[in-house]
Design a protein around this ligand. Structure first.
Ligand code: GLN
Length: 245
């Protein structure tokens, strides 16, 4: 598939990059390139004006309360453009701190409220105990449920409104440690608390996102199979450690 190039926007890479979340960009890019699909990655920092409708895949990583505070105002200045891109089916992965700010607000433990974009129907408030540890989630991709593993570390507890979860917690805390949901999904916007980074050891998810991006461009979403032995083994180790297998 050498006649297509996918454009990836990495938003606030210097601020939202906890636990090597930029590894998600690497996984997306390499699994495209291994199939002959060219990828260009643009790092978008504070104040840099861009048009999200040019992006095929948008990534926001995790960040501490401090970093979220630093980028919230800049993010809010992009609300209308992001809303249009979300509605147009732009494939988006938002992890933890980046996830939280797509909702109504994030209220920190000190009671400080960081306004979110209010583009997705959920809110987040910090709890007194951090939700930390390895996590396994059942996620529905066309035709099957995949068991995905990751790592979570957040004080924020997210409560969903009229929006689907990304998946169901099989082991670990998830959105709030109580309702069994993990993350959120709206159209092609996928939100999760799973660091790791998430995509390198969950190739089925990466390929799902690539297919969605190609199909949004009117391209055939078929992807030649790859030898995922190493990635699957890494995932199996975590799932067996969490007694999911
Ligand atoms: N600051 C947010 C929280 O503690 C997000 C943390 C993160 O991105 N890991 O919930």
């Amino acid at each position: 598939m050498t006649d297509v190039m996918l454009t990836v926007y990495h938003l606030y890479p210097d601020l939202l990059n906890l636990y090597g979340d930029r590894g998600n960009i690497i996984a997306f890019r390499r699994r495209c390139e291994w199939r002959g699909i060219a990828v260009q990655v643009r790092e978008i920092n504070l104040g840099e004006r861009i048009d999200f409708t040019d992006a095929d895949f948008l990534f926001l990583g995790g960040g501490s309360d401090r970093e979220q505070d630093l980028m919230a105002e800049d993010l809010s200045s992009r609300r209308a453009n992001l809303r249009d891109a979300f509605e147009d089916g732009m494939v988006t992965l938002a992890i933890c701190g980046g996830y939280q700010l797509l909702g109504r607000y994030y209220r920190s433990l000190s009671g400080r409220v960081i306004p979110g974009l209010d583009l997705l129907d959920f809110y987040t408030q910090a709890g007194t105990t951090r939700l930390i540890g390895n996590v396994a989630v059942g996620i529905s991709v066309p035709g099957r449920i995949v068991h995905v593993s990751g790592f979570e570390n957040h004080s924020g507890q997210t409560f969903l409104g009229e929006i689907k979860p990304f998946g169901r917690v099989l082991s670990g805390h998830g959105n709030n440690g109580a309702d069994g949901t993990e993350g959120a999904r709206y159209k092609n916007v996928f939100c999760s608390y799973m660091h790791g980074p998430l995509l390198p050891k969950n190739p089925a998810l990466t390929d799902y996102f690539i297919r969605l991006a190609l199909e949004r461009r009117g391209r055939d979403g078929f992807l030649a199979p790859l030898d995922d032995g190493f990635e699957d083994a890494a995932n199996q180790v975590m799932l067996s450690r969490l007694k999911i297998l």
